[in-house]
Design a protein around this ligand. Structure first.
Ligand SMILES: NC(=O)c1ccc[n+]([C@@H]2O[C@H](COP(=O)([O-])OP(=O)(O)OC[C@H]3O[C@@H](n4cnc5c(N)ncnc54)[C@H](OP(=O)(O)O)[C@@H]3O)[C@@H](O)[C@H]2O)c1
Length: 290
């Protein structure tokens, strides 16, 4: 989801960058250069690094299914930690590593987390992502760790939060939205633009990338439905305490975006992001998909 948005942005905007996209399963052969590799095949990974010789690496790959990470810790460690170490160590003095992390590194007790607040992950996904951050920061000189939360749609279509909610609405089903879980997510295209800005500015260290407004997941889904014209009464507000997950979920992972505002002048708006998302979704003909 994010990797595709970053690929498209860097490819289309200007002549500054040559871009290579990496996909595990389905190469996006419609535009630009893509290779199909499994990043945890370290031999293959090293060989692609040696061939392409990247100046900048943006590590978007992850196992984003929190409960899968709980049952397959080894795979989470390989992708989030070991692959990061290899990417950072490749030409460690010259090339730049951007590591995409998550707001879930925090326990969600207080919210409004700053970059120097100490993480306290509640589940294995977030634990391994946090250890990946350490690898990114230690393995090379030019590093950037972007903690974020995102939404968008996948190509081919997937089951991300917004896609799932739209799918259920189209099938006239009721959904539940957590009214006690707070976040400030970016539309993937908003985050891609932020990342490009940070790269051009050569920013280093940890940065929190979120919207300037925070909402509950219930409010987020209501805003989404309003834009599509789906009936609001198809979303039932519930507490996350009502659901049992394999891996515990934090309640308030809102990110403080003061550093982002200082660098870029402002943080993106959640309402603009939703407008852009809905426009893109309709323009791409996604409404006709199941
Ligand atoms: N989505 C969110 O809500 C969210 C929130 C906070 C942070 N993030 C972070 O944002 C980044 C991007 O996430 P996303 O939402 O764009 O997730 P995504 O669409 O699932 O993208 C992750 C990609 O990594 C690929 N991948 C997994 N294992 C791989 C391997 N061994 N080799 C090569 N590719 C592999 C996946 O391919 P397959 O699908 O084929 O396995 C998938 O295309 C991640 O670092 C994630 O931790 C996401």
């Amino acid at each position: 989801m994010l990797g595709g948005a970053i690929f498209d942005l860097f490819l289309s905007n200007d002549e500054m960058f040559d871009v290579l996209g990496i996909d595990k399963v389905t190469p996006r052969i419609d535009n630009g250069f893509h290779v199909k590799i499994n990043l945890i095949d370290f031999k293959q990974l090293q060989s692609i690094l040696n061939d392409f010789k990247p100046d900048i690496i943006i590590h978007c790959a992850a196992i984003v299914n929190v409960d899968c990470c709980e049952t397959d810790k080894k795979s989470a460690d390989l992708l989030h930690i070991e692959v990061t170490k290899i990417l950072g160590s490749y030409n460690a003095k010259k090339s730049r590593l951007i590591y995409i992390s998550t707001d879930a590194v925090f326990d969600g007790v207080n919210g409004n987390y700053r970059e120097n607040d100490k993480p306290h992950p509640l589940n294995y996904y977030a634990k391994s992502k946090w250890r990946g951050e350490t690898e990114a920061l230690n393995s090379c000189e030019n590093n950037l760790v972007v903690r974020t939360n995102i939404y968008g749609y996948k190509n081919p279509p997937g089951n991300s939060l917004a896609e799932w909610a739209i799918h259920e609405a189209k099938n006239k089903k009721m959904i539940s939205g957590f009214s006690d879980v707070y976040f400030n997510p970016l539309y993937v295209k908003q985050l891609a633009r932020v990342i490009k800005h940070l790269i051009i500015r050569s920013e280093n260290g940890v940065i929190h990338a979120g919207t300037r407004e925070a909402v509950t997941k219930f409010e987020f889904l209501m805003e989404l439905y309003r834009r599509f014209g789906f009936p609001a009464n198809r979303i039932k507000p519930i507490s996350i305490d009502e659901i049992e997950f394999k891996g515990a979920r934090p309640k308030n992972t809102t990110l403080n975006v003061n550093r982002l505002k200082e660098i870029t002048g402002d943080a993106p708006s959640i309402y603009n992001g939703l407008d852009e998302f809905v426009n893109d979704y309709k323009k791409d003909g996604r409404m006709n998909h199941d």
